[in-house]
Every structure is written in C-alpha cells, then in structure tokens.
Ligand binder design. Structure first.
Ligand code: SAH
Length: 376
C-alpha cells in the first residue's frame, strides 16, 4: 500500500458527503428529493452555487440555520485544491487544480481590455500527440467529469473575486474549451458542463461566448453543433494530408476532405457565426505563401475566420516559430481572399500558459511521491 497518507482525509470527505457542484438541474432536484427536500430547495441551491458562488452552506444566508446544518451533514459544495497559481507579466493567470484522486489540470485566464477569457481543460493530458503540442507529451490521461470542468470556471471566479457575477464588464466573460485535452473525445461530460455554465440563472455565459476547439473529431462535430450549440474552432494547421498526418496524427483517421465536409455541415455556422480555423505557424513546415493560397482554396465556401497562432515553444519542442514576416505574408494572402486572419497574440508565455504549453506534472510528481513513500 503506497497511497500517500496526505490524500486520505480529502478522499474520506468526498466519499462521505455528496458534492452538489456539477450536478445538472435535474440531478440536483432528484438528489434533494431523495433526501426529502422539495424542488424549491434545488432552485435555491442552484442560485447560491452558480450565481453567488457559495462554497459552504453556512454562507447561504437565505437558508435557515437548521437547514444549513442538515445539508452540511450530507452534502458538500466543493472546489478542487489550487495547487499552484502563477501570474504572467501580461496579466494572464494560470491555475493548477488538483482533484482528490491526485490528478492535476491547468486552466488559464486571459484578461483583455473589454473582456476576459477562461481557457478550460477537458481531459487530464491528451491522447492526440500533436507534434507541436506540449500537452500531447503527457502520458497520464483521463477524461474530466462534468463537475471537474464546471469547477474550473467557479475557481476562476473565486480567484478573481467575481461573485455574484456582474451582467456586464465581467472578468470571465468568455470560455474557450482550448485547454488540455480533446473536448470531443469527452463529449458527454463537456456537454453536461457547458449546459450548466450556460444556464441563465447561474453562471450564465451564453453559447455565443463559448468556443469549443477540436483537432477534428469528425463524427462528433455535428452533435456538438446540434446539442451544445457553441462556436466551433478547428485546429487545421496544415493544408495537405501529407503534412497534417505528421503534425496532427488524428488526420490519419479523419483526413482533410472529411474534416472540411464536416465543417461545411456544421449546424449554425453562417456569416455572423463563423468557424474559426486555428493555424499554428511552424517555420518551414506549413508557413509558405503557397500554403496560404492552398488554405484559401481548401476552405472556400465555409463562413470562416483564420486564427494564425505563432508557435509557442516548450522545453524540447521539435519546431520553431515562423518569422514575423512569414506570418504577415501568410495573413495578407488569406486576408486578401476575404477572410479575417488575426494573429493570436501569445499570452502568458513566460509562465508556460500560452496555447499548447499546458502540461501538468501529476504523473511525475506522483511517481516521485510513490518512490518516496516506498523508501525506508
Ligand atoms: N484538442 C483541442 C483543444 C486544444 S486547443 C484541439 O486540438 O483543438 C489548443 C490549441 O492550441 C489548438 O489549436 C492546438 O493545436 C494549439 N497548439 C498546440 N500546441 C501549440 C503550440 N505549441 N503553439 C501554438 N499553438 C499550439
């Protein structure tokens, strides 16, 4: 038995008390009903958890003391531990969250002048092994549960002191499912989490302010549009199967022609709601003017915007970022063809919080801990 003793109290607590955070409205209602509580309690708790951000029953001041105590005995309104918080010189924050099983993930908050975006993870690690992405080098992978996804947003609001959430001028106004993991490989939990986040009487972030990014899990794209209805971003990154097979190996399963077909059929895409194609700029790999022209031909007919992402390096990365001139020239060609082609400003590079730099060291640390625990 090598389980570190430090984990035991938290686990016991979670096992003993049912955590209400991350249950859907229906689940919350059913849970409370099984405890003999009426539907209005579910509405009341929903308000406290998602609009007011309460982290204890004691804080729920419209609930009488004896009821608070009754709830406290059986339930929790939990948060994961923030095992590390870092802030970049540019104001970007990165939080490493640790779940009771010891797994860790990262979320990133990117403040901008008129809005703030939270980059949320969907998995611990990632199975996709995109060549240029740090997360893909992490071995340990599991899906996050809906509660674990929802809690990333609640933790961000806790840390930023944004409870109850204002209507306008929010620090967390937008969500991008662009953290660790492939969200369409964890469709059900991502869907459930986003439904909770979109609920008008809670966190209330509208689907127009949520973007889900996929490396191209073609069979799930239609359902994403139909059942979740958020904006879609597609990590395109190359214009030929030859190159894409290498840098986004998922392409071998779902090649470009199929991916483009699925984009054309994406429910709800129109000129007012474009699909974002992400395109990482890798020096000498995918960044020539010929690539830019091929890109324009490839996406013809799709209401689209191209997000050019300067490659963010990480320790041991096998690529270099394209030159500013190459990025500019690429963008100009795409732009001249009628597509917006903004260059994504790297944010939080100094704390490894930029696109593709996320990686939690839970595997390494746990190994270290296990070795330590086994030592005499
Ligand atoms: N699995 C999903 C969600 C991750 S989103 C997806 O692939 O879309 C993260 C975005 O950052 C993706 O577009 C990804 O390809 C891109 N990215 C990964 N590593 C990067 C790096 N080192 N520099 C710049 N962008 C990177």
């Amino acid at each position: 038995m090598t389980a570190p003793a430090a984990h035991i109290p938290a686990m016991t607590d979670i096992l003993a008390r049912i955590d209400l955070v991350g249950l859907s409205r229906e689940e919350l209602e059913a849970e409370l009903k099984s405890f003999g509580l009426p539907a209005f309690r579910a509405r009341q708790l929903w308000h406290w958890i998602y609009h007011r951000g309460a982290t204890s029953f004691e804080a729920m001041s419209t609930i009488a003391r004896p009821m608070q105590a009754k709830l406290e005995e059986r339930y929790a309104v939990g948060r994961p531990e923030v095992s590390r918080a870092q802030q970049s010189l540019d104001g970007t924050s990165k939080w490493l969250l640790r779940f009771p099983d010891g797994n860790e993930i990262e979320s990133v908050h990117i403040p901008e002048e008129d809005r703030g975006t939270l980059c949320v993870s969907s998995q611990v690690g990632c199975t996709l092994t995109c060549k240029f992405c740090h997360t893909g080098t992490q071995r340990l992978v599991r899906n996050l549960t809906a509660p674990e996804i929802v809690k990333q947003i609640l933790v961000a609001r806790d840390r930023l002191g944004e409870w109850p959430a204002p209507k306008d001028g929010r620090l967390v106004s937008n969500i991008v499912m662009m953290g660790m993991g492939e969200p369409l490989y964890n469709f059900d939990e991502v869907k459930k989490a986003l439904k909770i986040v979109m609920d008008h009487e809670g966190v209330a972030i509208s689907k127009r302010r949520i973007t889900l990014s996929t490396a191209g899990v073609v069979p799930m794209m239609k359902r994403c549009g139909e059942e979740i209805g958020v904006n879609l971003a597609v990590s395109l990154h190359a214009v030929t199967d030859e190159v894409r097979d290498v840098i986004v190996p998922l392409n071998k399963k779902y090649p470009l022609a199929e991916l483009i077909k699925a984009c054309k059929a994406y429910p709800g895409a129109n000129n007012a709601r474009r699909i974002t194609f992400e395109y990482v700029m890798l020096k000498g790999v995918n960044d020539s003017p010929a690539d830019a022209r091929a890109l324009v031909r490839l996406i013809k007919g799709i209401p689209a915007k191209i997000n050019l992402i300067p490659f963010n390096a990480w320790p041991g990365a096998p690529y270099e970022c394209s030159t500013d001139e190459a990025i500019q020239a690429f963008g100009d060609i795409v732009n001249a063809a009628g597509y917006a082609s903004p260059v994504r400003t790297p944010r939080g590079r100094d704390i490894l919080a930029a696109c593709g730099q996320l990686k939690s060291l839970s595997e390494k640390k746990r190994r270290g801990e296990a070795a330590h625990a086994a030592a005499p």
